[in-house]
Design a protein around this ligand. Structure first.
Ligand code: IPE
Length: 255
């Protein structure tokens, strides 16, 4: 889909991730909504769960066992965060609609096996902005499992033929061993950079930066979809990303 952008906003930006109970950051949610409203174009937004998802997933041991009450409470909680994000976007004039992964995706051993893409395609074609989120999702092998927004983004981008991906977290991009941002990564440079990237993985809570980078490098290489990992807690950076400006780390195909 020509010009489509898939943007993930990490749970650490829109919630207080250090809190053991759900705590949203209303000012950040409003700022993000306004930045998105300020730039036109086709967009699919994915947001993380932060303190609305991780503590409940841990409490009910959802990565280890099937728990009906855990599914209900965790989904209910992440859905309430999604409602806040969609409401803020709506108030800012963005035609946002909620899309809950629990209702349209199926996992197998924690990986997306199937997901309904036709409604997303129609939404985007008609100018709507689907807003998805990290969720608890049915799993054909385990009963249910946690689906991170980090897995949703490359999957959706590939299925929809997106042009660009943005990963907005609270770090300035992919950092080297001196905590400096690596500006560009391509399939031919990733091997050389691997040792530095794994060194900075402690800053990432959902499975490590290296895994994320590798997945994005593969997407660039195979499908020509470029991505940018940037600091979305810095005001103005989402606007910059949407406008295609340079900041953070860009991952793209070799020229
Ligand atoms: C996690 O989603 C989903 C649940 C814990 C239910 P993410 O992995 O996308 O969330 P963040 O960005 O780490 O908060």
């Amino acid at each position: 889909m020509n010009g489509l952008v898939v943007l993930k906003i990490g749970g650490s930006i829109i919630t207080d991730k250090s809190s053991s109970t759900p705590k949203s950051l209303a000012d950040a949610i409003e700022r993000i909504a306004q930045e998105i409203a300020g730039v036109s174009g086709s967009l699919i937004l994915v947001h993380g769960a932060g303190s609305f998802g991780h503590p409940l997933a841990r409490q009910f041991k959802l990565t280890e066992q099937f728990d009906v009450q855990g599914i209900i409470e965790t989904h209910r909680s992440v859905k309430s965060l999604n409602t806040m994000v969609v409401d803020a976007l709506t108030l800012s004039g963005v035609p946002a609609v909620p899309v809950h992964p629990l209702s349209c995706a199926l996992l197998e051993q924690g990986r997306i096996r199937d997901m309904q893409m036709a409604p997303l395609r129609e939404m985007v074609q008609r100018g709507l902005v689907p807003v998805l989120h990290g969720d608890v999702v049915m799993d054909s092998a385990r009963g249910a499992a946690i689906l991170s927004g980090d897995q949703l983004v490359p999957y959706i981008a590939q299925k929809m033929g997106a042009e660009r991906i943005g990963i907005g977290s609270n770090i300035d991009g992919v950092l080297d061993n001196q905590s400096k941002t690596i500006p560009d990564i391509t399939p031919s440079t990733v091997d050389r950079l691997r040792v530095y990237i794994s060194g900075s993985s402690h800053t990432d809570v959902t499975g490590g930066m290296l895994g994320k980078v590798q997945e994005l490098v593969e997407l660039a290489d195979k499908f020509g979809i470029s991505s940018r990992i940037f600091n979305a807690s810095t005001p103005g950076n989402i606007t910059r990303f949407l406008k295609g400006e340079t900041m953070g780390t860009r991952i793209q195909k070799d020229k």
